[in-house]
Design a protein around this ligand. Structure first.
Ligand code: ADP
Ligand code: ADP
Length: 223
């Protein structure tokens, strides 16, 4: 049985945080296109250089590059039962490409979790986000602090603040989200796949909502 869950929502709303919970609960890989781009930037390869030129300005990486990247990721063995997609698709063209790709191996998007929170919260969350160098584990200096400042609880690697979480870039990312990604709300509503999650509450309450929605939606989607 193939399961694909998409997490949709503005930057900083909690997609990565919730994706990690769902992925571990369903034993599916957590695929974050942002994490894959950052790994390539760290390696300093051509894809990394190209991605960095967009990411550093808060713009989206072009669709053809991003779609090719996802297609390649899906060929890896850990994707055999499906995936939790965090930050992909981000444009209607990516959503169309995803549908075609999943159809080609007998899958479909089973559920889209659309997480919402007011802009002030997004800014506050991104300003205090600390990410782990090794595996992208996510912390917040106030809302989810690590046990030891600057060190990842899970793998002991260094925590850092992303360059694109600077205030100027964040505002740009939110604008880009509204223009290029928000049309996906209608796209997936029309396809009866979208469920809205109120992301304003603390991490644990959001994750309880998410868990119950996922359970219900998957039993009807697979049933
Ligand atoms: P996204 O992937 O949507 O950009 P993240 O999951 O990385 O969002 O979360 C952004 C920041 O907000 C992180 O520092 C995270 O710890 C924090 N965070 C996530 N969910 C919540 C929440 N419900 N309440 C408060 N802070 C949160
Ligand atoms: P956040 O967790 O704050 O939403 P991500 O880590 O998902 O941020 O993405 C960081 C950046 O990587 C984006 O601002 C964008 O430049 C690029 N990116 C990630 N996913 C995509 C995508 N699906 N299409 C285009 N660009 C993307």
């Amino acid at each position: 049985m193939l399961t694909y869950i998409v997490l949709l929502g503005p930057p900083g709303v909690g997609k990565g945080t919730q994706s990690k919970f769902i992925a571990s609960e369903l034993s599916l890989p957590h695929i974050s296109t942002g994490d894959i781009f950052r790994a390539n930037i760290k390696q300093g390869n051509e894809l990394g250089k190209l991605a960095d030129s967009f990411i550093s300005k808060g713009q989206l990486v072009p669709d053809d590059v991003t779609i090719a990247l996802l297609r390649e990721r899906f060929t890896q063995p850990d994707c055999k039962n499906g995936a939790i997609l965090d930050g992909f698709p981000r444009t209607p063209a990516q959503a169309d490409a995803l549908q075609i790709l999943l159809n080609s191996f007998g899958g479909k998007v089973n559920l889209v979790l659309f997480i919402t929170a007011p802009t002030e919260s997004l800014i506050e969350r991104l300003a205090g986000r600390w990410s782990c160098r090794a595996q992208g584990h996510i912390f917040h200096e106030r809302f989810n602090p690590p046990k030891v400042k600057g060190i990842c609880d899970i793998d002991g690697s260094e925590l850092y603040q992303r360059d694109d979480d600077k205030a100027e870039t964040v505002l740009n990312r939110i604008q880009i989200y509204k223009k290029q990604t928000a049309p996906l709300i209608e796209y997936y509503t029309e396809r009866r796949l979208l469920i809205e999650i109120n992301g304003i509450e603390p991490i644990e309450s959001v994750s309880m909502q998410v868990r119950s929605v996922v359970k219900k939606a998957l039993s009807s989607s697979h049933g």
